[in-house]
Design a protein around this ligand. Structure first.
Ligand code: AMP
Length: 425
């Protein structure tokens, strides 16, 4: 199947797809849309960046549009749960984008902003409600939303939902959903989809409890995303990183860059440094108010801000097209975060560049990353800031206590001709 026409989506949705310039469904879309259109439950293993939002939004819109009716007071027909405000906002945007030629209303609720406009919007009625768990529970408790007419339930980024401690909320919400309901045309069964980037036992257990005879689809093992990104590492001492960054941004090819730091203060410091050097930038992290985060994200999306500095948590699920570069100002101590970070560029078929700044203390992190992605990250040596000492200095490497035992077994000739222990040739 090489285009959307074969997927049997309604014409208005195909028009919206054409408006967006999509020509080919992504693998998760190709695999998920047909079973969701048939009414099957679905377990999808896919990360952001694979096109998974459209994979559930399009068939849901199609099903809703078959019998749209007026949106009901406080009673949505489709409920999408997402772990973060940013992700919830992006999912709502997707419903609006793909549903723009339909008479299907969608709205989003999340915490950190005033609840009143959300209460008013629910009272006006909506077909699709996108929500983060905490705010949804508040609205349920206060009697502003009822889930007894929900026909479609999607749990997005289930693994992150559990990591963030939302399991009890998710269970409470799912207990309020009608597993069967009678309509004018007969009995209907709740249709559920669960998406997760990873499938640990805890997510599998949740899926077992929520899904009924699901179709299981899995796409994009992390390596596939990683392969599309051109990766480089530059060895540089910590105290030179800021100067290196502003120098690097002299290059106009770096049009839209996401910069990762380990801490919130670090993110603020880097953003300030860039501003001082005349580079439009902003920081996004958990200490910022929701509207400041939203403003930064919109500025980045519109191109007003060229460099967005983020921590891992804040960057979860950020979906901005056309990120040309990702810069790891500091390397993450979890290799999976590296994969998530660099996946912010090279979205849905485009390519991108990821550059990591590595100081001697971060060498152990780099080795763990290279083991995870099963690749060596090429080193930029012909750069004025490249420091041979930083590249070769193993002695002072600070290590995560957890990692000490394993790295003790590693060979030290990291940049030599032999690969580090455990690395595939
Ligand atoms: P997601 O994985 O849902 O976060 O989507 C990642 C990005 O891919 C979003 O920016 C979408 O606009 C884009 N996208 C989704 N489906 C397609 C498609 N079939 N062709 C091209 N881009 C797409």
């Amino acid at each position: 199947m090489n285009d959307f026409a074969g997927l049997e989506l309604a014409q208005p949705i195909l028009r919206a797809i054409a408006d967006e310039g999509y020509t080919t469904p992504t693998p998760i879309q190709e695999k998920s849309i047909p079973p969701l259109l048939e009414g099957r439950d679905l377990l999808g293993v896919a990360q952001t960046g694979t096109g998974k939002t459209a994979a559930f939004a399009m068939p849901l819109l199609h099903r809703l549009a078959e019998d749209p009716g007026k949106p009901r007071y406080q009673q949505p027909r489709a409920l999408i749960l997402a772990p973060t405000r940013e992700l919830a906002g992006q999912i709502d945007d997707s419903f609006k984008t793909y549903g723009r030629h339909l008479r299907i209303r969608s709205m989003v609720v999340f915490g950190g902003i005033s609840i009143r406009p959300q209460i008013q919007a629910l009272a006006r009625g909506t077909h699709v409600l996108v929500a983060t768990p905490g705010r949804l529970i508040d609205l349920m408790k206060q009697g502003h939303v009822r889930l007894d007419r929900v026909e479609f339930f999607i749990l997005d980024e289930a693994d992150r939902m559990l990591d963030m401690g939302f399991i009890r909320d998710v269970k409470k919400i799912s207990a309020a959903l009608p597993h069967r309901q009678s309509t004018g045309t007969g009995q209907i069964r709740l249709q559920t989809g669960l998406f997760s980037a990873t499938m640990p036992q805890s997510v599998q257990a949740l899926a077992d409890g929520l899904l009924h005879d699901p179709v299981r689809v899995a796409v994009t093992p992390t390596a596939t995303t990683v392969e599309k990104v051109e990766q480089r590492v530059l060895f540089v001492p910590k105290d030179k990183k800021r100067a290196l960054l502003s120098k690097m941004l002299d290059d106009e090819e770096i049009k839209r860059v996401l910069i990762f730091t380990r801490t919130k203060h670090g993110a603020d410091r880097v953003a300030r440094h860039l501003l001082d050097n005349g580079i439009q930038s902003d920081a996004i992290h958990g200490n910022k108010a929701q509207n400041a985060r939203q403003r930064a994200l919109e500025g980045f999306r519109s191109g007003r801000i060229r460099a967005l500095v983020a921590t891992d948590i804040a960057a979860r699920g950020i979906d901005v097209d056309g990120v040309t570069h990702v810069i790891n100002f500091e390397l993450p101590n979890e290799p999976e975060s590296y994969v998530h970070r660099i996946g912010r560029t090279a979205r849905a078929g485009t390519s991108g560049i990821a550059i990591s700044f590595c100081d001697p203390d971060e060498r152990a992190y780099l080795r763990d990353i290279e083991k995870t992605i099963r690749q060596r990250v090429p080193v930029i040596v012909d750069h004025p800031y490249h420091t041979a000492e930083a590249a070769n200095d193993f002695g002072s490497a600070k290590q995560d206590p957890k990692r000490k035992k394993r790295s003790g077994q590693r060979r030290r000739n990291h940049r030599g001709s032999k690969r580090p222990a455990g690395m595939a040739a």
